[in-house]
Design a protein around this ligand. Structure first.
Ligand code: NAI
Length: 497
């Protein structure tokens, strides 16, 4: 029986391995992690991450050929194939801080593999890593190998949170990069044989190591760039009276462009886009390509601009101050169908409103109070460095309450900000919400989920990203001296970026 071990039981390691176990009953899959609470949760009825369909897959395989364990060394020692799916956050200190990938977790996993291995292994990069990481990993493994043969493969993961199981069942492609040596090709074939048990052969692409590593960074950069492109257009739509949904639809009808990833919003979030683009920027700079670096940097700048613009719109519309006003925030996760809040635009928007002394009442169907309070009191980039968690700031906590339904959140509020596109926000009883709010009652829709016309009929003043402004909003232009809150927000990372 082939044995697979995956180091890192996170958003990628957990679902990916569960699907491999489901589709390959003859393979034994162990998912290991240094985090005891995470492994305990994987072994319980309350899985550590929310992903539609995941629970069914785990329940079917757990204890059969899928195991979750903290005994990292034992399972690595026994495995034929070791996936490494640990976090690769942005560095917060030292050389390349604020841009480069922090490979501390990766390096320690690689050293451990070298230490405990007693038989030949294929080591698979599942984490997103800078191009050429495989070379560094190879050095660590071969310098400490005691004669064991390690083959390194790059097999980046393209799943999207919220649709992870669907994506893993029917991937657009599986990418495997390896050395162009006989040993490298044999290792590629071994991993291909695993995926071929459910993925059509023509969807399994093989390349050299560096192409596979770079393809993942490139794919994320292209996806994020589409969002920043449509978001840049949304600002122009508001200025001209065009409607960004109509523009995006017309543009996306061109088969060369296509309709996906053209929804204007308050900005992209998630653990990957920003981190991977910053990493790409750093790699370009290190390779003497400042123009290329500058090009990709703009994708992040537009994303920050979009969040700033949203906060400024809220404040400007409400007589240039939200001080002491209750603002209901609907949605905190970075997108619907996930409880993941890493780099969610809600953090920056909430911090911006808190900077202007708003009182926030936050509701998200999948995010609990502890997570929200932690996110709002953490410094930028610290979220993915669990060892460096910052203590909570008592002032932030006082201004924020977290509640368990949208009606409580909006009661007596002056404004509602919709920051995640959860389906339930489309069907709320907005008449009831309006009746219980302060007047004038504002809705700022950062995800374009509400029917603006219906809400205007009820009496709301409605702002939707990239949609024609109503008379009220036109009379309350974004003032130039509006809070420069993003600067304030980023002051703690100025030293490092
Ligand atoms: P995560 O933070 O959810 O999981 C990583 C896990 O690795 C944590 O549970 C951590 O405790 C564990 N870990 C760290 N060092 C370890 C060690 N030495 N030994 C054992 N366990 C260790 O991260 P996530 O989201 O699963 O991402 C993992 C990688 O996959 C990252 O490189 C990310 O960029 C990439 N990726 C993430 C996607 C996503 O949607 N989250 C999609 C595609 C790629």
């Amino acid at each position: 029986m082939v044995k697979i071990c995956c180091i890192g039981a996170g958003y990628v390691g957990g679902p990916t391995m569960a699907v491999i176990a489901l589709k390959c009953p003859s393979i034994e899959v162990a998912v290991v992690d240094i985090s005891v609470p995470r492994i305990t949760a994987w072994n319980s009825d309350q899985l550590p991450i929310y992903e539609p369909g995941l629970e069914d897959v785990v329940k079917e395989c757990r204890g059969r050929n899928l195991f979750f364990s903290t005994d990292v060394e034992k399972h690595v020692r026994e495995a034929d194939i070791v996936f490494v799916s640990v976090n690769t956050p942005t560095k917060t200190r030292g050389l390349g801080a604020g841009k480069a990938a922090d490979l501390t977790y990766w390096e320690s996993a690689a050293r451990m593999i070298a230490d405990v291995s007693k038989s030949d292994k294929i080591v698979v990069e599942k984490s997103t890593v800078p191009v050429k990481t495989a070379e560094a990993i190879e050095k660590i493994l071969t310098h400490n190998s005691k004669g064991i043969n390690f083959q390194i493969l790059s097999n980046p993961e393209f799943l999207a949170e919220g649709t992870a199981i669907e994506d893993l069942f029917k991937p657009d492609r599986v990418l495997i990069g390896g050395r162009e040596t006989p040993g490298g090709q044999k290792a590629i074939q071994a991993l291909k044989d695993v995926y071929a048990q459910w993925v059509p052969e023509d969807r399994i692409l093989t390349t050299n190591l560096w192409s596979a590593e770079l393809s993942k960074l490139a794919a994320n950069a292209f996806l994020a760039q589409r969002i920043s492109s449509v978001n840049a257009m949304s600002a122009l739509c508001e200025a001209t009276g065009a409607n960004v949904s109509q523009v995006a639809y017309a543009v996306g009808k061109d088969s060369r462009i296509g309709p996906k990833f053209l929804n204007a919003s308050v900005g992209f979030g998630g653990s990957c886009f920003q981190k991977d683009i910053l990493n790409l920027v750093y790699i370009c700079e290190c390779n003497g390509l400042p123009e290329v670096a500058e090009y990709w940097k703009q994708v992040i700048k537009i994303n920050d601009y979009q969040k700033t613009r949203f906060v400024n719109r809220v404040v400007a519309s409400m007589f240039n101050t939200v001080s002491g006003k209750k603002v209901a925030v609907l949605g905190f996760a970075f997108k619907k169908d996930t409880g993941d809040t890493r780099e969610t635009p809600a953090i920056d928007v909430c911090k911006g409103l808190l900077g202007d002394k708003a009182k926030l009442s936050i509701y998200d169907p999948q995010v609990n109070e502890d997570q929200i309070q932690r996110d709002l009191s953490m410094n930028k980039f610290d979220w993915d460095h669990p060892l460096h968690l910052q203590p909570m700031s008592p002032t932030t906590v006082k201004q924020v309450s977290v509640v368990w339904d949208a009606y409580t959140a909006t009661k007596d509020a002056h404004a509602v900000c919709i920051l995640t596109e959860w389906d339930e926000f489309k069907t709320l009883d907005y008449q009831k919400i309006y009746d219980n709010m302060q007047k004038p009652a504002f809705i700022f829709d950062g995800r374009n989920v509400v029917d603006m016309e219906k809400l205007r009929e009820i009496g709301f003043i409605v702002y939707s990203i990239g949609k024609p402004l109503d008379a009220w909003l036109k009379d309350m232009p974004l003032s130039l001296n509006c809070i420069t809150w993003l600067e304030w927000l980023c002051s703690d990372i100025k030293d490092i970026s």
